[in-house]
Design a protein around this ligand. Sequence first.
Ligand code: GDP
Length: 310
Amino acid sequence: MSSGLVVALSGGVGGAKLALGLSRVLSADELLVVANTGDDFEHLGLSICPDIDTLTYVLAGLDNPVTGWGRRDETWSFMETITALGGEDWFRLGDRDLALHVERTKRLAAGHSLSQITGDVCRRLGVGPRVLPMSDDPVRTRVRSDDGWIDFQDYFVRQQCRPVVRQLAFTGVADARPQPEVMAALGGGRVRAVVICPSNPFISIEPILSVPGLRAAIENCGAPVVAVSPIVGGRAVKGPTAKMMQELGLAVSSATVAARYGDLLDGYVVDAAGSGDIKTKVHVAPTLMTTLEDREALARTVLTFAHSLT
Ligand code: GDP
């Protein structure tokens, strides 16, 4: 297979599964993961970046396989104490996880960029590939339900995705500058594939593609853009992707996801033939990643497919 850089766009849980697969079939300097920061928020005085943290923990082998978020071997003294004190306990923060948020918050206040902090944390935790935020400027996803606009984590965690989604907005995105190393990588003529991981298109990938200049840089990078559908067996594997589609009046299908990405795509990996009217080259392969081998196999499939499109 050809050499060169693979740029992966990712949200949290679904995206990190494929990012891990890619990290195991590529050398560390061949993979750059661009993380959604639309889910980031400030809570209990801390700066929390759920998708960056999920990617970091997964790529470091520190993720919690039971919860799907946070760290493994976690303890909960902080959370128990917050509850006992009558504090806000709807967003669960384990003791080890908490240390990362404290450290990041302190460094942001001292003027370090989110990219610098993420890079340093990844190095310290033994993550090989580079993980970078889509932007160092704040972008905050908001959800309009029948009761008005709410912050994303209020919708996602506090209300457990119960509100009906009528509209999404990425506050701050119009003024957000794309992360400069991501732009340099895309413009450097060394990219062999851009992989859109099987993340939620509405809240994980669209914020990334909405950062001014980023979508155009991907389009012009000279490499094929291949997405993996997050819809498996006609359903979302996890999370509110399918529910959001229904609420936004869209069919729950891989074709709907492909249509969101539009002509950005050169290829699309789906789990079943006849996945609807998809206006790009389709490759059918198993896309459910249960084991580590599944993650590696899908990563290889995506890279081979991308290579065939060059
Ligand atoms: P979040 O930011 O934590 O919500 O995570 P993502 O947006 O990255 O991932 C959520 C999406 O991942 C959902 O739409 C799931 O359907 C999808 N997903 C999770 N596991 C898998 C898997 O094994 N295979 C595929 N194809 N999609 C998956």
